[in-house]
Design a protein around this ligand. Structure first.
Ligand SMILES: C[S@@+](CC[C@H](N)C(=O)[O-])C[C@H]1O[C@@H](n2cnc3c(N)ncnc32)[C@H](O)[C@@H]1O
Length: 226
């Protein structure tokens, strides 16, 4: 929208590492990120929406505003988003706190976060949080610049993430590339952390084991090697 460039540039000047760009994404990237989503996609979460250029693309694709949760850590940006998307749920919080917001079984998380700017420990916190709220088979849609995934290899390995390119936007140089990230099966991070702690305490070799799920004692859930 007119005026977004100045607003965005001011926010970027104030917190360059957090914003990670000098202007909002264009509509071509928005269409690519929103591809496949629509009125029947159920709840969609967007993390780091900024001024809402990707959010607008989601709404244009048919995702009802009521189905959107926007998680943005800049309070001034949240105030702008509230005016622009009055029916969406807007949360002024860091994305890594998502699991505490009561979100679960989400089909798609869209991310405009500048992950390349983040230390790997923060990447891991955020991406773990994303996969805690995603439903089994859910996906994280993230854009980056250039051909490489913006999530560090050690973070991808630790979380056993798969990824694929969905497309790119020319003629920006380097091109903006949209990627899907998925986990092979539901990740139970709290259990994995507890498992890791137990193994550290007992000094056991870390190995894949099976445990019973507390919710359903008959269901067996696999823990990955930590
Ligand atoms: C590059 S802007 C994205 C803007 C928009 N998605 C776009 O593509 O035009 C990144 C946004 O992420 C927000 N942000 C950065 N770190 C965050 C975090 N840990 N949790 C939530 N929002 C964050 C920033 O405040 C900023 O508004």
């Amino acid at each position: 929208m007119p005026g977004d460039f100045l607003f965005f540039a001011r926010r970027a000047f104030k917190a360059p590492g957090q914003v990670g760009a000098v202007m909002p994404s264009g509509s071509a990237l928005g269409r690519l990120m929103a591809a496949g989503l629509g009125s029947d996609s159920g709840p969609v979460v967007e993390i780091g929406p900024g001024t809402g250029s990707l959010t607008r693309a989601l709404v244009n694709a048919g995702v009802p505003e009521e189905n959107l949760t926007l998680i943005e850590m800049d309070a001034q940006v949240c105030a702008l988003l509230c005016r622009r998307f009055p029916k969406a749920r807007i949360v002024n919080a860091p994305a890594q706190e998502m699991p505490a917001l009561g979100l679960s079984n989400i089909g798609t998380v869209i991310s405009g976060l500048p992950l390349l700017n983040f230390p790997h420990s923060l990447q891991q916190e955020i991406i773990s949080a994303v996969f805690q709220v995603l439903a089994p088979g859910g996906r994280l849609v993230q854009f980056t610049y250039g051909p490489r995934p913006p999530i560090a290899p050690e973070v991808r390995d630790a979380l056993r993430l798969g990824w694929q390119r969905r497309g790119k936007v020319w003629p920006i140089c380097p091109p903006q590339v949209c990627m899907n990230f998925t986990a092979p099966h539901p990740i139970d991070f709290r259990r994995r952390a507890a498992h890791r702690r137990r193994n550290q305490i007992s000094g056991r070799n870390q190995e894949t084991r099976h445990v019973r799920s507390p919710g359903n004692p008959h269901r067996i859930r696999q823990l990955w090697p930590c």
